[in-house]
Design a binder for this molecule. Structure first.
Ligand code: CO
Length: 167
């Protein structure tokens, strides 16, 4: 298995992060290799989720791998429904190094997508996995977790970000 990867995680300031990703047409060998490399990159950064745009490719693909869960691939995902009940939890993002903030999100999500074998599936998740799925799904629409808070809170978070990523 290929272990090295040329992919680079892009961070805040790169305008690709604000763009909408495009649907995937062909789930081919090349895309599968790309997804494999995304996993390497995510593990390298000790992340539990990663969207393709975060390595600079604007396609509607994201992956997750939570402790005690298996690796999951979501291609052309659509959120079918979310719960009215919300909870708050501290989020981070490989594209926003050293920044964490409590973010409110629905507790439960139902999502449909295709996997790397082009098999269509419907999946339901709650708690942390539901959160990660929604966080990654947001990336496909150019939305970051700092866009989920009030204007003032976002300003404050951006200051913290600058301070913590000076070098
Ligand atoms: Co993120």
């Amino acid at each position: 298995m290929e272990t090295k990867t040329d992919l680079k995680i892009i961070t805040l300031g790169n305008s690709l992060l604000n763009e909408e990703s495009q649907a995937v047409n062909d789930i081919d060998k090349e895309l599968n290799e790309f997804i494999k490399q995304m996993f390497h990159k995510m593990y390298e950064g000790k992340g539990i989720g990663l969207a393709a745009v975060q390595v600079g490719r604007l396609v509607r693909v994201f992956i997750t791998h939570l402790p005690k869960d298996k690796p999951r691939v979501f291609i052309n995902p659509e959120i079918v429904s979310t719960s009215i009940e919300e909870n708050k939890f501290e989020e981070g993002c490989l594209s926003l190094p050293n920044l964490y903030s409590e973010i409110k999100r629905p507790e439960f999500v139902k999502i449909q997508a295709m996997n790397e074998k082009a098999r269509h599936f419907v999946f339901e998740a709650d708690d942390l996995l539901a959160r990660v799925i929604q966080h990654e799904y947001d990336h496909l629409n150019g939305v970051l977790f700092i866009d989920k808070v009030t204007k003032n809170k976002k300003k404050q978070l951006l200051k913290v970000y600058q301070r913590k990523n000076k070098n």
